[in-house]
Ligand binder design. Sequence first.
Ligand code: DX5
Ligand code: ZN
Length: 216
Amino acid sequence: MTTDVKRKTLVAPSILSADFGRLAEEIRDVEAGGCDWIHVDVMDGHFVPNLTIGPVVVRWIRQVTRLPLDCHLMIENPRKYLADFKRGGADSVTVHYEACPHDLAEALEELGKLGLKRGVSVKPGTPAEVLDPYLDRLDLILVMTVEPGFGGQSFMEETLPKVSYLRRKFRGHISVDGGINAETGRRAAAAGADVLVAGTAIFGEKDRRRAIQALS
Ligand code: DX5
Ligand code: ZN
C-alpha cells in the first residue's frame, strides 16, 4: 500500500477569540500573518449554551478578507439558515451531525446546490462511524476536540482515534477544533487532520504571524 503524500496543514483562526470591537483589524492581522481560512463560530444558545454571531456579521467579514470563510454552525435546525450564509459570502458551511441526524443527507444536498463546501461536525461523544454513509458527499469533516460552545478549553486527546479512523476512509479536509496549539496541533496532524482551527493559540498571542507559523 502506498502512503499518501503529506498534505499541507491549513491554519484557520477562530474569530471567537478575537477582539470583536476591532474585528476587521483582527482579521487583516491574521490574514497578513499567513493563515489559510477564517473560521466563524455560529452559536444559537440552544444547540450550545453560548450565543455568538450570524450571517449579518459574515457579510461584513466578507468585505475585509479574500480568505475562505469557514462557517461552523453550532445551531439547531441549520437547514433554515444555509442560504443566508451563502448570501453572506460563506465558502464552506459545517453543520453538526447531532443537530440534524435525520436530515443530514438533505442538508448536504442543499449545501451542494448552493455551491458551498459541505461540512459536518461531530461532538466528542459522537462516534465517527455515524458519518460512514455520508463520506462520498462531504468536502470537510470537523472533529470537535472539545465540547462545542466556548473557546479556551483543553484539548481532549481521546478524540484523536476518530481523526485516524476518518483519515483512513476520507480524502477531503479533516479539521480539528478546540484546544489546538502547536503541540496538540502536531498530534492531530499526525493522526490525519489537515486543517487546524485555533482561537486562543492565535488571537491570544501578540505576534499572530509567529502563532500561525507555529501551527503550520
Ligand atoms: C468552540 C469553537 C471553537 C473555538 C476554539 O465551540 O468551535 O472554534 O473557538 O477555541 P480555542 O482554540 O480557544 O479552543
Ligand atoms: Zn469552531
